[in-house]
Design a protein around this ligand. Sequence first.
Ligand code: PLP
Length: 467
Amino acid sequence: MTDSFHMTPDEFRRHGYALVDWVARYMAQVGELPVQPKVEPGDVRAMLPSAAPEDPEPFEALVRDLDAVVLPGMTQWQSPGWFGYFPANTSPPSILAELVAAALGAQGMLWSTSPAVTEIEAHVLDWLVDLLGLPQKWKTAVGPGGGVIQMSASDSTHVAHVVARQIAVDRGASIGDVVAYSSSQAHSSIEKGARVAGIRHVRLIDVDERFALRPESLEAAIERDLAAGLVPAVVTSAIGTTATAAVDPVREVATIARRHALWHHVDAAYAGSAMICPEFRGRQEGVERADSYVFNAHKWMFTNFDCSVFWVADRAPLIRTMSILPPYLQNAASASGDVIDYRDWHVPLGRRFRALKLWWVLRSYGARGIRHHIREHVRLARQFGDLVDDHPSLLRTAPVSFGLVCFRHVDGNGATSALAEAINGSGSVYVTASTIDEQRFLRVSVGATATTEQDVERLWSIILDAL
Ligand code: PLP
């Protein structure tokens, strides 16, 4: 440590190598750690000193606390036994890119504040349009659409609702009359995004036996609202709902949206990654008629949080809604109209170099590598679904969809909750319990980077022991 209190380059190199060793060891051994931490509220905080250190501490002490303080308080989302929620997977190229992005420490709010941040992002998202079988007009290089990386699907969905509200207001609606629609199975981020956008009326449309939105119910709800003098403005369809990975009839929703001039947003936060495999693309049929679309590379594309990709079919209304230009941000490149300034594509001004990790993941795995892993996760989920189907005490509650299997105990809610507790109590695997229409069920989501066939077999034997 020098008098300046900065680490010297040599110290940085030494500590950096040691830390990469720590990370590599963690990744190799994460499967041996309990998936859920055994801590009570306040336990972690109680291990921290009451005041920040006045004097510099040796870096070795910081690293020691990773083992002593941090790991015991962590839920191990990267465990091969992680079957909870949806995956939030990461990978070596993604982790290393984060290190570089942190070192570069750039703010990519304007093209001129780091041209590479903007141009790599725009280009990689154009690549993804092809990789995921999405419409060519969503490419910034083709237009009029374009893609942008946001922090989360919630942010992307919120922005879609803000744009839709603005369009409605520009057409003469009062904000208080604007209505948003999605299915009753849609993620809570849709209702929240609408609410934060000032939309008071949110209709949750009923679903069919496969938990997909019923288009005739959507049509009826819109007609009812129109008759009541309200202004239907935005509908979200899901490709992969959170509870069961159900897929809404995107094409039919698009037709209704067009008929009534609604903005049509598609939430493919989880399942969007699967579209890198052409055999799944039938499930996004109609997406070419959507106005906006979100998928989280930080769920199932080996790119660690945060990396939510948001596309619009036409970027003009988005930029019109989000753009604001104080004097200190004015510059010649922006004035030329030849560059993208991503600050105009979302709420925050400052933005990280998130495209670097996505770029590195796509190059390091190749599309072939990502397809290989997604297909393997789906294969394992289907295999697990077959085991559930063959067991007399278990009942699937929804079709196996992408990498997700939903099932319950035939003896009802109490037995299903007890099964979840027994599985999670094992410490080596983790599943999520949920409820639809007062019926409890378990979700097994196969998609963690390190999960293999042996891990799914281990989950199954834990279930058999618990039954
Ligand atoms: N949409 C769906 C279908 C989801 O499953 C989730 C989260 O799991 C979200 C949206 C919200 O994602 P985020 O955490 O990126 O806001």
